[in-house]
Ligand binder design. Structure first.
Ligand SMILES: [Zn+2]
Length: 217
């Protein structure tokens, strides 16, 4: 059963629902939700539970800070159920999901002839570590392990990391519990991914050591 690897964990969805994910990580989850009915349904269940808990609180118990957060989420239009799957703009020939509208995409940079990346600036959270990663068919990304949470959404092409075969629409969640892994692009098509990390990568291979300072993530 590899389907569990293709979606955010319940813990991550709950953090998303409560506004507890950094904006960069939340962007990747939002892109996934745009194309994943089962995660949207799970999120509605979490929202229902959260709403029931709020209903049980007497009004005086809701702090002004919490109210401010709730209004900020409403104002930002980031209600997860509003996510839509239709792509609205393209960068370098690829259609990007609607949830990325408003993000500034930096220039493509080469790390290797088969590996390019571009920084994604999330409005209001420009320092978050978010990138588009374009990996040519047949190339394997450097082996790395993780500090903190890493979310990768497949936008085009496909790859494997030894656990499962991933396709467009899949979200791969990794944290400290995932040992060194080396994603490898499968098929003939280039692979485009949107990735966000909570903390800098820990990279062990030679290319990884070259890759990390260049990427600055
Ligand atoms: Zn999902």
């Amino acid at each position: 059963m590899t389907d569990a690897f293709r979606h955010p964990s319940d813990e991550t969805l709950q953090r998303y629902a409560s506004g507890g994910l950094r904006p960069g990580l939340a962007l990747v989850v939002r892109v996934h939700l745009g194309g994943c009915p089962s995660c949207r349904a799970a999120l509605r269940r979490f929202d229902a539970v959260g709403g029931a808990l709020l209903d049980e609180l007497p009004p005086a118990r809701i702090s002004p800070v919490l109210l401010e957060k709730i209004f900020a989420r409403i104002d930002s239009g980031e209600a997860p159920q509003e996510a839509r799957p239709a792509p609205v703009f393209t960068a370098d020939g690829f259609a990007l999901p609607a949830a990325m509208a408003g993000c500034r995409i930096g220039p493509w940079r080469f790390v290797h002839p088969k590996l390019r990346w571009a920084r994604v600036e999330v409005p209001g959270a420009e320092a978050d570590r978010v990138i588009l990663l374009k990996i040519a068919a047949g190339f394997a990304a450097p082996a790395h392990s993780h500090r903190g949470l890493e979310l990768t959404q497949v936008l085009a092409g496909g790859f494997t990391d030894g656990r499962a075969q991933y396709e467009p629409g899949d979200l791969i969640e990794a944290d400290e519990s995932l040992a060194d892994h080396e994603p490898r692009v499968t098929g003939d098509e280039d692979c485009l991914c949107l990735a966000a990390v909570e903390k800098p990568l820990r990279i062990h291979s030679l290319l990884g050591r070259l890759f990390q300072p260049l990427m600055g993530i």
